[in-house]
Ligand binder design. Structure first.
Ligand SMILES: [Zn+2]
Length: 74
């Protein structure tokens, strides 16, 4: 399998958790415990500002189903 160029992007300073989708693209949970967001480097989807425990569950669900490995989305 060809890896996405976004498999291991630079880690932002506010990175809390890094997950990977089904094809290895990184999905980053960033922010604080009170206001976290996640963004998927595979498909470009982002969700904003929930408490970390909710963001983590939502991000994990996305990573489980996402198979995108776009090569031109940041
Ligand atoms: Zn995705």
């Amino acid at each position: 399998m060809k890896l996405s160029p976004h498999t291991a992007p630079a880690e932002p300073d506010n990175l809390l958790i890094r997950m990977h989708n089904q094809v290895g693209a990184a999905l980053d949970v960033k922010g604080t415990e009170d206001r976290a967001i996640w963004s998927c480097h595979g498909c470009g989807e982002t969700r904003f500002e929930y408490p970390l425990y909710m963001t983590r569950a939502d991000a994990n669900e996305h990573a489980t189903g996402c198979r995108a490995a776009y090569h031109r989305i940041r």
